[in-house]
Ligand binder design. Structure first.
Ligand code: PLP
Length: 393
């Protein structure tokens, strides 16, 4: 059975070029970059080269790049590192549609006595800048809002938000994990103070991340230990993964054009054909302002998990917009925050493409989606009720 992988917002395949540059660091160049001898020194030199590659990709200075273990650590470090620098301020602003790496941390901080404001989104998943303006107070320690949403792909107006936040002299963090490699990012021309990135979303391995920290931003280390990363993150560097991430960033910069033309066209083709061939389908999120690789569709009156399993039987890997909590399949917090109707939210599927996807793969999905939805609707009591209400049966 062939595999059609369209779950790239969950994780991506490691690029062969990335793996190739990593391998010698497991065997030949295993020195510790902190060691004084030549064997450590040569590794240090290449860690610095990777730091330059990441900085170049983000339009940042190499000294502004801190390597971490993943996107979640970067998010935690940004928020906790910032709060620690402003102990007199106990208010934090975020959004209702963040990844759990931010959302659950904020819930935890709320329990510990911080005041958390979660900005709402409209039916299209868009934020209201006026709500942000009204929420900022002199007790606000920081604002953290994701650049692009992992489920819907909706891109937030991060630079405009940054202007509002910076006017008040408040640090501004964005979770750029889904944006990096899909849309251009340039920290030189940005209002962002801190940005999180994760290697496994851009064809580097799982277990490596970056926190960009603009020069001059107040920050306390989240992982306290040795002097690594200029005292901003203790722990011996994960050298092979850092080398791999450097290469992945170099490739991502090169492929950005392809991502925004060919991948976007494939995504649009898939979306269009699904809308043409299946009745009662909604696209979730602002279609004008979305990541080029992502589409979240809701098939009304069927369950997303059933669709996923039938797709999986055919080798198609996608994901659903539900979270299995305490045995009941609740629609995701993102779709709930957007007010997607119950009958649609339950049947939502996210397809997220990469530069490795082909038109043949899209055709394979398009061929199989209509009979799968038909089969599930044939046994759905909600669909029967809907048809009855329409007078079709
Ligand atoms: N932030 C967003 C928006 C994500 O989509 C993810 C992963 O899905 C993360 C953070 C967490 O990244 P990691 O898996 O590297 O911890």
């Amino acid at each position: 059975m062939k595999t059609v992988y369209v779950d790239n917002n969950a994780t991506t395949q490691v690029a062969s070029e990335v793996l190739e540059v990593m391998l010698p660091y497991f065997t030949e160049f295993y020195g510790n970059p902190s060691s004084m001898h030549f064997f450590g020194g040569q590794v240090q030199k290449n860690v610095n080269k990777a730091r330059e590659q990441v900085a170049d990709f983000l339009g940042a200075e190499p000294s502004e790049i801190v390597f971490t273990s993943c996107g979640t650590e970067s998010d935690n470090a940004a928020i906790l590192g910032s709060l620690d620098s402003y102990p007199e301020k106990r208010h934090l602003i975020t959004s209702r549609v963040e990844h759990p790496a931010i959302g659950n941390l904020c819930t935890y901080l709320g329990r510990k006595g911080h005041r958390i404001t979660e900005l709402s989104v409209d039916r299209e998943g868009r934020l209201d800048l006026d709500e942000l303006k009204e929420s900022v107070t002199d007790k606000t320690a920081m604002v953290s809002v994701m650049y692009a949403n992992n489920e819907t792909g909706v891109i937030f107006p991060i630079e405009e938000m940054g202007e509002i936040v910076k006017e008040k002299g408040i640090p501004f963090h964005t979770d750029g994990v889904q944006a990096a490699g899909k849309i251009p990012l340039n920290m030189k021309k940005s209002t962002i103070d801190m940005l999180s990135l994760s290697g496994h979303k851009l064809h580097a391995p799982k277990g490596i991340g970056v926190l960009y920290i603009r020069k001059g931003t107040r920050f306390s280390p989240f992982i306290i230990g040795g002097h690594q990363e200029k005292g901003r993150r203790g722990g011996t560097e994960n050298v092979p993964y850092i080398i791999g991430l450097g290469k992945a960033c170099e490739l991502a910069k090169k492929h950005l054009e392809d991502e925004n033309t060919r991948v976007r066209a494939l995504r649009d083709y898939l979306e269009q054909k699904i809308l043409e061939r299946v009745p009662n389908v909604l696209v979730n999120g602002d279609r004008k302002n979305r990541l080029p690789n992502t589409v979240s569709v809701s098939f009304e009156y069927v369950e997303g998990e059933s669709i996923l399993l039938l797709l999986s039987d055919l080798g198609i890997c996608a994901s659903s917009g539900s979270a299995c909590t305490s045995g009941s399949l609740e629609p995701s917090h993102v779709l709930r925050a957007m007010g997607v109707p119950f009958t649609a939210a339950h049947g939502s599927i996210r397809f997220s493409l990469s530069i490795y996807n082909t038109k043949e793969e899209m055709d394979y999905i398009i061929e199989h989606i209509p009979p799968i939805i038909q089969r599930l609707r044939d046994i759905s009591p909600f669909w029967k009720d809907y048809l009855k209400a329409k007078g079709n049966v």
